[in-house]
Design a protein around this ligand. Structure first.
Ligand code: 3SK
Length: 510
């Protein structure tokens, strides 16, 4: 039910002031709060600079390069208001990686935190598309060109009349496989995720304070740390470094109520609670990006008396489309579809698998799936359904139970073994801090179940420990699933959003 003309930048700023939220805190970051009125004025001034000084036209693709901070959100909203198509990128990308994005999306303009300029300038020199680059001050001291120019501009701006089905955002995803693809999202999509998941599942209120670790360049972060709070007059705290110690500190300092992060961070929070950290302000702990191990779910409920909301989303569909609910949740279960999303469990030919059997999760819904110039999309979008990278089962009541990433199914001596099931068994042993289970090539078995294990402090990586863990798995699940190979590691390779990069572990074995 969105009007034909819709601009999400306007909806999250000027429209919120018009609705009476002008004095509410919108953004917290760099030790400062900004109200909705201040954010609106700021984005309008920036929008003037984009049009008048940088020559941005509606439909131009604008790259934003920054860590999570209020200035990044303001730049994103301003670029959206002028009708540009925004590509948010992570600060740790190097010039070659930025170049791939610039080429693929034919990016003409870029806004960059001045602390991150070197790699962007290198990329611009090599690019035939990227013509206009301007720096902004992510620390909010207003010391960069964009800030100086903005200060001279009026606080009113005539937002460009974009259509609700005009592309507003390109979400780049390399998934856990390393191949970048760009997904296109309309202005209306950005509101649908708020009016769907954030309202239906989280019931966001203007009093909520959001916090979390995913980068704004990842649609999980943009939704959870910008769109959801701003849509409901709530506040977003933005942290440039969201590693768990800072996350815990900020939750305590601002009495955050809704947290978006991955299971690994919740594990650290649980340990911090043992040492006295007070996270009682959190009313919603959203876990996504990785399967939520049952011990973390149980410990969280035991320690906080509140549930943890496991959900599954995808950049292709913009945000979370299957989720547990506050009043309806269970361990090892990702819940039911949200809003008008539909889910099926299919085989390789798109036939529904018999109920209760494992197959690929296919999803259809209002926010996707549209790839930009990508011939490979036929493999991911079939008959209007997005074939996710995950295998699930659906029970008779429509609850979805995660089995494995499709890449994480290990076929060993003819047995189908779901790597995450073995991981869950290993995580149940008190010596194990983290683990990832992959298939390693093996002459006799085709594939061997191989576990990469990070031990908790004070445990030794010995053959004896290997045997203890193997016996523990055999005692917990069917013995044929036990990891015949166990490699002890200091850390596991992860994406910036906390997903374990199992493909790197597999590649190392190949
Ligand atoms: O789990 C994910 O990968 C995801 C991606 C985009 C948006 C939301 C989520 C949870």
């Amino acid at each position: 039910d969105y009007p034909d003309h819709l601009n999400v930048g306007y909806e999250l700023t000027d429209a919120m002031v018009a609705k009476g939220f002008g004095d509410n805190t919108a953004l917290i970051g760099n030790g400062r709060r900004r109200t909705y009125k201040e954010l609106t004025d700021w984005t309008n001034r920036l929008a003037h600079v984009l049009v008048e000084d940088m020559g941005v036209q509606p439909g131009n693709r604008v790259l934003i390069r920054s860590a999570n901070n209020p200035a990044m959100v303001a730049c994103w909203l301003a670029a959206t208001k002028v009708g540009a198509v925004v590509v948010n990128t992570m600060p740790m990308l190097r010039s070659g990686e930025i170049g791939q994005i610039v080429d693929k999306a034919e990016i003409t303009h870029a806004l960059c935190d001045t602390r991150l300029m070197d790699d962007l300038v290198k990329c611009q020199k090599a690019s035939k598309h990227l013509k206009h680059v301007m720096g902004f001050d992510g620390t909010m001291n207003h010391s960069a060109d964009l800030d100086h120019l903005a200060l001279e501009k009026p606080v009113q701006f005539e937002t460009v009349k974009t259509g609700r089905d005009d592309v507003a955002l390109l979400g780049f995803t390399s998934g856990t496989t390393g191949e970048p693809k760009a997904t296109m999202h309309f202005h209306r999509d950005l509101l649908i995720i708020a009016d769907g998941y954030a309202k239906e599942v989280l019931n966001v209120q203007p009093t909520d304070v959001f916090v979390g670790s995913p980068p704004l360049s990842f649609t999980f972060g943009l939704g959870g740390l910008a769109i959801f709070p701003l849509r409901f007059g709530a506040a977003a705290t933005l942290l440039e470094n969201a590693s768990p110690p800072s996350l815990i500190e900020i939750i305590q300092q601002y009495k955050a109520t809704i947290c978006f992060t991955a299971p690994t961070a919740y594990r650290v929070m649980l340990a911090a609670m043992e040492k006295g950290a007070d996270l009682s302000s959190l009313r919603a702990a959203v876990s996504a990006g990785e399967t939520l191990p049952a011990p973390i779910y149980h410990d969280w409920i035991r320690k906080t008396g509140k549930t943890m909301l496991d959900g599954i989303g995808a950049t292709e569909l913009l945000h979370i489309f299957v989720s547990n609910r506050f009043e309806d949740h269970m361990p090892g279960c990702t819940g039911k579809t949200v809003g008008s999303y539909e889910a099926r469990i299919v085989d390789a030919d798109m036939n529904d698998v018999p109920q209760g059997e494992t197959g690929r999760l296919a999803v259809r819904g209002p926010t996707g799936c549209r790839y930009l110039n990508d011939a490979r999309q036929t493999a991911y979008v079939r008959e209007g359904w997005n074939i996710t990278g995950d295998s699930f089962t659906m029970d008779e009541d429509g609850y979805l139970h995660f089995a494995a990433r499709n890449d994480d199914m290990i076929i060993s001596s003819g047995y189908n073994i779901a790597g995450p099931e073995v991981e869950a068994a290993l995580l149940g042993h008190p010596a194990v801090s983290e683990c990832a289970v992959v298939g390693a090539p093996d002459e006799d078995r085709g594939m061997l179940v191989e576990a990469h294990v990070v031990l908790k402090p004070d445990n030794s990586a010995t053959d004896e420990m290997r045997k203890i863990l193997q016996d523990h798995v055999k005692d917990t699940i069917a013995p044929y699933k036990y990891p015949r190979s166990i490699k002890f590691r200091e850390t596991l390779p992860k994406t910036a959003t906390g997903k374990i990069q199992r493909f790197l572990l597999r590649e190392a074995d190949a």
